[in-house]
Design a protein around this ligand. Structure first.
Ligand SMILES: [Zn+2]
Length: 247
């Protein structure tokens, strides 16, 4: 995970279509909160708003085409998901806990709550999970302030994940408890991901070796640029390469 800088202005679609929908949901909840709390009534969310190509495109650009959690490039093999950091329709504190309603409905079309993610991180790991260090701080409806929550997951739009998560070679390693829990919950050391990072790291180490060995007569300018490019935010697994250099 790396820090993500989204444009401060939300895409027009969220303002023009999302805002009125959010207002509608808030008043529906206020009128009938018990029915929503027990799941007798549920909100319908429109993916044509939060998942609109203008929204997805803006996230994709801000994130350099990479998943907000695992830093894999998404587009070559999949469409990717618009992921709700705080789950819109219901949440779980732990994977085996039942779904708690109504979820963070008031953030369904909220720009800071949206990220671009790969389907594996979103659909196989994060799903409806949103654990808190202290569940009593949970914002249960729009009258509460979600910024007051003691969240476990690191919000890459607000804080720098690299202060919580580093890498030892190709393995993600928690520097803080929140970092450790985030790695665990999101499967950031799942074998297929570790394998992809290992391959990328080995190739990079080889280039670095050629560069550092200062082989006479070799044109190293291009190699140097390639080595440096892996540290940039648009490179796949850039946090791992930076940790390797700093370690
Ligand atoms: Zn991912």
């Amino acid at each position: 995970m790396i820090r993500i800088h989204k444009p401060t202005k939300p895409p027009k679609r969220l303002i023009e279509k999302g805002k009125p929908k959010t207002r509608g949901m808030k008043s529906a909840y206020t009128r009938n909160h018990m029915a929503y709390n027990i799941g007798e009534r549920t909100f319908q969310f429109e993916s044509s708003i939060y998942g609109h190509k203008s929204v997805k495109g803006a996230l994709d650009t801000a994130q350099h085409g990479k998943c907000c959690f695992c830093e894999s490039k998404v587009k070559p093999t999949a469409h990717g998901d618009v992921e709700h950091f705080r789950p819109k329709g219901g949440y779980r504190q732990t994977a085996d806990q039942q779904l708690e309603r109504p979820g963070y409905y008031w953030l369904a079309y909220d720009w800071p709550n949206l990220y671009f993610s790969c389907q594996i991180c979103n659909q196989s790991y994060k799903k409806n999970l949103f654990p808190l260090l202290d569940p009593t701080t949970r914002a249960r409806n729009h009258h509460h302030d979600e910024a007051e929550e003691d969240a476990i997951f690191i919000d890459p739009g607000l804080e720098d994940p690299e202060t919580h998560i580093t890498f030892r070679a190709e393995f993600a390693f928690g520097k803080t408890n929140r970092g450790k829990e985030t790695i665990e919950f999101l499967g950031l050391n799942r074998p297929v991901l570790v394998g992809a990072r290992r391959e990328a790291l080995q190739q990079w180490q080889m280039l670095k070796y050629v560069l550092d060995s200062d082989s006479a007569g070799l044109e190293t300018e291009g190699i140097e640029e390639l080595v440096r490019s892996k540290l940039q935010p648009d490179a796949q697994y850039s946090a791992m390469f930076r940790a390797y250099l700093n370690g």
